[in-house]
Design a protein around this ligand. Structure first.
Ligand code: SF4
Ligand code: SF4
Length: 406
C-alpha cells in the first residue's frame, strides 16, 4: 500500500460531488471520452494518491499530465471546486515520480524559457527565419517558426505619458516569452493605455511571473520569480498592474496561493487587470480607422476561465468601424497551447488544435482574435500548416491598428 501524502487541503478535494457536469467542458474528455481524463476522474486520482489508495504509476501520472490546467472545468462546476489549485498543488509532487531524465528535461525547459539570455539564445535561430511560410512543410516546429512575427522591437521607454486628461497610472508586465516574441503587442498595449489616459510605467528589469515553471511543476522557481517580479511591480506605485498575456494575468491575480503571507504580492495581485478588461472599463475614444473583417473571438482559457474576461474583448472589437463579429463554436475550449503543453504533450495539443481550427474554418472568419501569446503562436502555426486563409491576431494589435497606433 503506498504511503498517504498531503499536497492540497482535503476539503478542496472533498468539495467535488461527482456530478460529472464538468465533463463536457473538459478538452481531454471531449477528445478521449475516458473518465480518467475528465476533471472528476482526475480528482478521484488525486484523492486516491493523497489517501495512499493509488501509487503514482506511469499510468496515473499520464492521466494527470494530460490535463491542460485550462480550468474550463471550474467554469462548469456548480460546486465551486477549485480544480486549478488542486492540479497545481499536485504537480511538484508528481515531478518527484518521473524518471530522472524526464525531470531534468522539464527543469531545463523551465530554465531556458524564464532566463533572459538563455531564451534569447534558444529563439535566435527561429528569429532568423521567422515568418517564412515554407517552414511549415518541415513539421510542427517549422510551423511555429513560420508563425513568429518578423523583426524585433526596441524596448519600451520606462515611462510613457498619457494622452489627454490623466486618469491614473499602470505598471505594464512585458512578459518573458511574450516580450521576446511579441514585442509589437507590448508597444500596442502601451499606446492604447496612453490613449485611455493612463501613465504607463515599464520597469526595465522584469522577469517571469512564475507561470511557466509552475506549469512544469517547479514550484520553488515559480515562487522565487514571482516574488522578484512582485517587488519590481510594487516599487512602481502604479494604480494598476496590467498584462496582455492571459496566462500571466491569471497567475498574478492568484499569487496569494503561490506566495502565501506575502503582503506585497497580495497587493500587486489585487491591482492586476488584463489590458482589455481595463480598456473596456475606462473606454477608448472612437477608432478613426476601419477594419473590414469578419472576426471570431477565441477565448484563451486563462482569460475566460482564469479571469472571467470574455465580453470586454467583444465590446472593444465591436466598436471598431467595419468589424463584424462572428460566432466561434467552443470558443473557450483550449487550442492545445496551454503554457508548455504543446511542447510536453504534442499529440494531444495537435488534436485540440485541429478541433479548434475546424471551428475557425466553419465560422467564416477572416481574422481570429486571441488575447494570449501562446494561443496566437499555436493557432497561427496551425493555420499556416493547413493553408487556412485566416489571420490570427492579438485583439490589442487589432485595436492599435484601428486607433492608428499600431
Ligand atoms: S483543467 Fe482543463 S484539461 Fe484539466 S481537467 Fe479541467 S477542463 Fe480538463
Ligand atoms: S468537479 Fe464539479 S462539476 Fe466536476 S464532478 Fe466534481 S462537483 Fe461535479
Amino acid at each position: 500500500m503506498p504511503a498517504a501524502v498531503r499536497f492540497v487541503a482535503e476539503e478542496k478535494l472533498l468539495s467535488c460531488v461527482h456530478c460529472g457536469l464538468c465533463h463536457s467542458a473538459c478538452p481531454t474528455y471531449l477528445e478521449l471520452g475516458t473518465e480518467a481524463d475528465s476533471p472528476r476522474g482526475r480528482i478521484h486520482l488525486l484523492r486516491g494518491l493523497e489517501e495512499g489508495r493509488f501509487a503514482p504509476t506511469p499510468e496515473v501520472v499520464r492521466h494527470l499530465d494530460l490535463c491542460l490546467g485550462c480550468r474550463s472545468c471550474e467554469t462548469a462546476c456548480p460546486s465551486g471546486v477549485p480544480y486549478g489549485q488542486l492540479i497545481e498543488a499536485a504537480r511538484p509532487w508528481l515531478e518527484g515520480h518521473r524518471p530522472a531524465r524526464a525531470r531534468a528535461l522539464r527543469r531545463a525547459l523551465g530554465r531556458a524559457l524564464t532566463t533572459r539570455w538563455l531564451r534569447a539564445v534558444a529563439f535566435a535561430p527561429a528569429r532568423l527565419v521567422a515568418g517564412r511560410r515554407w517552414l511549415a512543410r518541415l513539421g510542427s516546429l517549422g510551423a511555429y517558426a513560420a508563425a513568429l512575427p518578423r523583426g524585433g522591437h526596441a524596448p519600451l521607454p520606462a515611462v510613457l505619458e498619457p494622452e489627454g486628461v490623466p486618469r491614473g497610472s499602470v505598471a505594464l508586465i512585458t512578459g518573458c516569452v511574450a516580450d521576446t516574441l511579441f514585442g509589437a503587442t507590448n508597444h500596442a498595449t502601451a499606446a492604447l493605455l496612453r490613449r485611455a489616459g493612463l501613465r504607463v510605467l515599464v520597469p526595465p528589469a522584469q522577469g517571469c511571473c512564475g507561470a511557466l515553471p509552475l506549469h512544469l511543476g517547479d514550484r520553488g522557481r515559480a515562487a522565487a520569480l514571482a516574488g522578484e517580479l512582485a517587488r519590481t511591480l510594487a516599487a512602481t506605485g502604479a494604480d494598476f498592474v496590467v498584462t496582455n498575456a492571459a496566462g500571466c494575468g491569471a497567475l498574478v491575480r492568484e499569487w496569494g496561493h503561490l506566495l502565501p503571507g506575502d503582503p506585497m504580492a497580495a497587493d500587486v495581485a489585487a491591482r492586476t487587470r488584463d489590458a482589455l478588461e481595463l480598456l473596456a472599463q475606462l473606454g477608448l475614444p472612437p477608432a478613426p480607422r476601419r477594419i473590414e473583417a469578419a472576426i471570431a473571438v477565441h477565448d484563451p482559457c486563462h482569460l475566460a476561465h482564469g479571469q472571467g474576461v470574455r465580453a470586454e474583448v467583444r465590446t472593444l472589437l465591436a466598436a471598431v468601424p467595419g468589424v463584424r463579429l462572428v460566432d466561434l463554436e467552443e470558443s473557450d475550449i483550449c487550442c492545445g497551447s496551454a503554457g508548455t503543453y504543446n511542447l510536453t504533450e504534442p499529440a494531444m495539443a495537435a488534436r485540440l488544435l485541429a478541433r479548434k481550427l475546424e471551428h475557425v474554418a466553419a465560422s467564416g472568419a477572416s481574422i481570429v482574435a486571441a488575447a494570449n501569446p501562446g494561443c496566437l503562436l499555436q493557432m497561427r502555426a496551425g493555420a499556416i500548416a493547413r493553408g487556412l486563409a485566416v489571420a490570427v491576431e492579438h485583439p490589442l494589435d487589432l485595436l492599435a491598428r484601428a486607433h492608428g497606433v499600431g
